[in-house]
Design a protein around this ligand. Structure first.
Ligand SMILES: Cc1cc2nc3c(=O)[nH]c(=O)nc-3n(C[C@H](O)[C@H](O)[C@H](O)COP(=O)(O)OP(=O)(O)OC[C@H]3O[C@@H](n4cnc5c(N)ncnc54)[C@H](O)[C@@H]3O)c2cc1C
Length: 501
């Protein structure tokens, strides 16, 4: 096909979602242009170098065991970017609280038994841990269907755990820290549906799910650079410093292209891969999108602030495990720290210690100066591992990501978009888009990018659909419990709509 006959696709935003869509469509022979507002591709996972030549990124990113589609992509690209599976610890101001094993190395038990039995809690009494048992009913009842989201989304995660009799300590020392790290918000600000979906995907569904690997450098260097080379070889164009201000819709309600600065990029179909805060800005500056309720409703969604810091210390400090989650330091903020000498090739032979410390739901930290932030990080690190108190910080980087990550707050589900919008040739992707796949975070962003690409393939009947690996099926006992529960629910459907869902 001559270039001019090819269907033109514009993709907005070069995160996992936008790159996934662009890659597949370029491979299928479409004329794809990816427009990215930032100077670097990668979105929240972008990495770059400081003026002093040190690598930094907007937070360290783990790749959990069930990220099958990302692992398959990396294999397809012939890359070897990841560390081994690593163990992790949890700290509170009282010291070490939990150590996790590598779950896939332990004899496999029916889920979620292994998670409870193999995790080493230092302080949390067994009676508190057992108080999680009744919650298993909600885990079975929440099957990621639209109905289940409707049922659980208007309740806060805290309310759900309270209703099911989870003890105060188990909530404060286990569930809330997981929510802060997984959904970036404290339990009273998270939707119960999102909490159940996230906990099931990362922890409960199968014993090895909580096992995690990291990139041996920035994801930008290790995955995105070689990936973009491949996309360009397949004919895709990836343009940075290109902020889209409008998606142009004609009188028949079809997208005809996008406006970017002074330029108009014509398109036969448009895919958005931008975040919640990104799309809200596009709708606000658009001349037509505001006439669609589903796009106006996006004004009801929100992003959450995060803070990513990297500190270079003047000496070697022994950090027992490479990845660490911390709770109880600030009431509404969770944080993690990572031993980059262990995880990143670049720092393996450094005589100094290099630590990444990322703070989630960091609203109240963002106004602090860099120096204040670095002093706080050092103090918090020293609370976990006292050797940090004596060391000197010799270099540091502070990255503030305002409203960067999706906030799955109670009641937000009704405003989230599906891949197919009311504009027949405008498709959505990203980690906040509703999908039946069941994955979260980076894997979800990538999967929704492929799903949007598949809608383009379906629309034009050109090329093959991307193969999306489904998540591993529920274990048989969970499948059984779910089918019994569903049968019971169907029985009670004789009184539709009388009680609140
Ligand atoms: C500190 C931190 C830690 C995290 N840890 C993990 C982790 O350990 N594991 C994990 O799986 N996930 C983690 N996440 C979440 C993960 O980063 C996201 O789920 C994922 O990167 C989202 O990808 P995306 O493609 O949906 O969107 P984004 O990465 O947000 O990409 C959207 C892109 O669109 C661009 N854009 C926006 N507006 C416009 C416009 N008008 N025109 C052109 N371009 C535009 C943006 O610049 C951006 O590049 C973490 C996030 C943060 C911030």
């Amino acid at each position: 096909m001559a270039m001019s006959d090819k269907k033109k696709i514009v993709v907005i935003g070069a995160g996992w979602a936008g790159l996934g869509a662009t890659h597949h469509l370029a491979q299928q022979g479409y004329d794809v242009t990816l427009l990215e507002a930032a100077p670097y591709p990668g979105g929240l996972v972008a990495g770059w170098k400081t003026p002093g030549g040190r690598s930094v990124e907007g937070g360290i990113h783990g790749f959990w065991y069930p990220y099958c589609n990302i692992f398959s992509l990396v294999k397809q690209l012939n890359l070897d970017p990841f560390t081994r599976f690593t163990r992790s610890s949890q700290y509170s101001p009282a010291g070490l609280e939990v150590e996790s094993p590598i779950f896939q190395d332990r004899p496999r038990l029916p889920s979620p038994l292994g998670t409870f039995i193999y995790t080493r809690f230092q302080r949390l009494p067994l009676s508190d841990r057992l108080s999680a048992l009744p919650l298993l009913y909600a885990v079975v009842d929440f099957d990621n269907s639209d109905e289940a989201w409707q049922r659980y989304d208007k309740v806060t995660a805290r309310e759900l755990f309270k209703q099911f009799g989870v003890s105060a300590r188990l909530y404060q020392e286990s569930f809330e820290p997981m929510l802060l790290v997984g959904l970036f918000a404290p339990g009273e600000q998270c939707s119960a549906a999102a909490a159940l979906g996230m906990l099931y995907y990362f922890i409960l569904a199968h014993q090895p799910d909580f096992d995690v690997v990291w990139c041996r450098g920035t994801v930008g260097d290790k995955i995105f650079k070689p990936w973009i080379d491949r996309i360009e070889k397949a004919g895709g164009k990836v343009l940075t410093n290109q902020r889209v201000s409008d998606i142009v819709i004609d009188d028949r309600g079809q997208a005809t292209g996008v406006i970017c600065g002074e330029e108009f990029f014509a398109a036969d179909a448009v895919i958005s891969g931008v975040s919640v805060s990104g799309i809200k800005k596009i709708v606000a500056s658009s001349s037509k999108l505001n006439s669609y309720a589903q796009f106006r409703n996006l004004a009801n969604l929100k992003g959450i602030d995060v803070l990513a810091t990297r500190l270079w210390f003047d000496r070697k400090i022994n950090i027992p495990l490479p990845s660490n989650a911390c709770f109880g330091f600030d009431p509404t903020t969770g944080w993690t720290f990572f031993d980059l000498n262990d995880l990143h090739d670049e720092y393996q032979n450094e005589p100094n210690t290099v630590v990444e410390a990322d703070f989630y739901h960091a609203n109240q930290l963002l106004p602090m100066s860099d120096a204040q932030i670095i002093a706080k990080v050092q103090q918090d690190l020293a609370t976990c591992l006292p050797a940090f108190a004596e060391a000197q910080v010799i270099d540091s980087s502070v990255i503030r990501v305002k409203e960067g990550v999706t906030h799955f707050f109670p009641g937000s589900y009704q405003n989230l978009l599906q891949a197919q919008t009311d504009i027949p040739n405008l498709f959505m992707s990203g980690d906040w888009i509703v999908t039946q796949h069941g994955s979260w975070s980076q894997e979800k962003a990538y999967v929704t990018g492929l799903e949007a690409a598949n809608l383009v393939v379906k629309r034009f009947g050109i090329g093959a659909e991307a193969k999306i690996i489904p998540i591993e099926p529920d274990e048989p006992h969970i499948q059984f419990a779910r089918s019994v529960n569903k049968a019971m629910r169907d029985l009670t459907k004789v009184f539709p709509g009388y009680w609140l869902p």
